[in-house]
Design a protein around this ligand. Structure first.
Ligand code: 8YV
Length: 323
């Protein structure tokens, strides 16, 4: 039997690339460049399966290609805001993602950013690297205590709950959350987490606010200027979800005017071209979309994509079918 043809849009860890080749005739993007719309359109014409990542914009225009050969988009990642699901569905293309395997590592990055922003870690490292550190002093780089402070979560899915577990049991943090589709009570109770009736309630009450909602049209600029203004003056915002969940200009203003104390960001509007004003602010910790970036997790993500596309070509419903 001939193997289905698959295109991997970006380089994967080697064990995943090797495994994929066992069952597919695979083309790799050897130099790992982000693919253009034209390349993606060509891929949809030439391959049975296209295995994209967050850097591939598969919008209605790209998905309108004729003739269409692609039958499945096996996304390497849990978020699929870069794929127009309605357009994929209309073209009869199955879409899968990779939930669960990146939950802990993404929550770890959210916790890392929380600690970095609260304890001014980036500023400290910059001071040392610049050669400007003249020694310890009682008032140098004073930050905000983390232990015992209240953590507010926007969205209470898997990653938010993993973050809550680390914060609550590791740092004694009481947990608040807002989620229009909350999980089962049995998942809330062990964390002693308090559901809030509105997003605004979380913003007003929490010392740290971490965003864990999906990137989507509905959540575009969910955190805007008026909502940032509701946060406590000493509060810190953490975003490991998607850049456009936050109005980045409004956040820059809030950080500049110290309406909030600080932020920790892993994702940006228009990334990798983040607003240069972020680079002028000391009270923001910046990471380059590292949420799931561990060997263990990236290998597990690749293997999960392989599991999904293999099931699909075996005539089964893939475990992580989105549409
Ligand atoms: C991925 C992520 O690395 O899975 C997601 O949604 O944001 C990241 O952890 C990236 O999206 C890969 O496509």
């Amino acid at each position: 039997m001939t193997k289905p043809k698959a295109l991997v849009t970006r380089r994967w860890p080697e064990p995943c690339e090797a495994k994929l080749q066992e069952s597919f005739e695979v083309t790799f993007n050897r130099d790992d460049h982000p693919m253009t719309s034209a390349e993606l359109r060509e891929a949809l014409r030439d391959y049975d399966a296209v295995l994209p990542t967050v850097t591939d914009t598969l919008d209605a225009g790209v998905l309108s290609v004729e003739p269409l050969r692609c039958k499945i988009l096996g996304n390497f990642g849990v978020g699929y805001n870069h794929i127009d699901l309605a357009a994929a569905k209309a073209r009869g293309i199955t879409v899968t993602n990779t939930p669960e395997v990146l939950t802990d590592c993404t929550a770890d990055i959210a916790m890392l950013l929380l600690l970095m922003a609260a304890r001014r870690a980036s500023e400290g490292e910059r001071l040392i690297r610049s050669g400007g550190w003249t020694g310890w002093s009682p008032t140098q780089l004073l930050g905000t205590k983390v232990t015992g402070k209240t953590l507010g979560l926007i969205g209470f899915g898997r990653i938010a709950r993993a973050m809550a577990t680390k914060a609550h049991f590791g740092f004694g943090m009481p947990i608040l959350f807002y989620d229009p589709h909350p999980p089962a009570q049995a998942l809330i109770d062990p964390l002693s987490a308090r559901p809030c009736a509105s997003l605004e309630e979380v913003l007003k009450e929490a010392d740290f606010v971490a965003l864990h909602c999906p990137g989507s049209r509905e959540n575009h600029h969910l955190i805007d200027g008026p909502r940032l203004a509701l946060m406590k003056p000493g509060a810190i915002l953490i975003n490991t979800a998607r850049g456009d969940v936050v109005d980045n200009r409004a956040l820059i203003e809030a950080l500049r005017n110290r309406t909030i104390a600080a932020a920790g960001l892993d994702v940006y509007e228009g990334e990798p071209n983040l607003d240069p004003a972020f680079l002028t602010l000391d009270n923001v910790a910046l990471l380059p979309h590292l949420g799931s970036a561990t060997w263990e997790t990236r290998i597990a993500m690749g293997m999960r994509v392989i599991e999904n596309v293999t099931a699909f070509f075996d005539g089964l419903t893939p475990r992580d079918k989105v549409v």
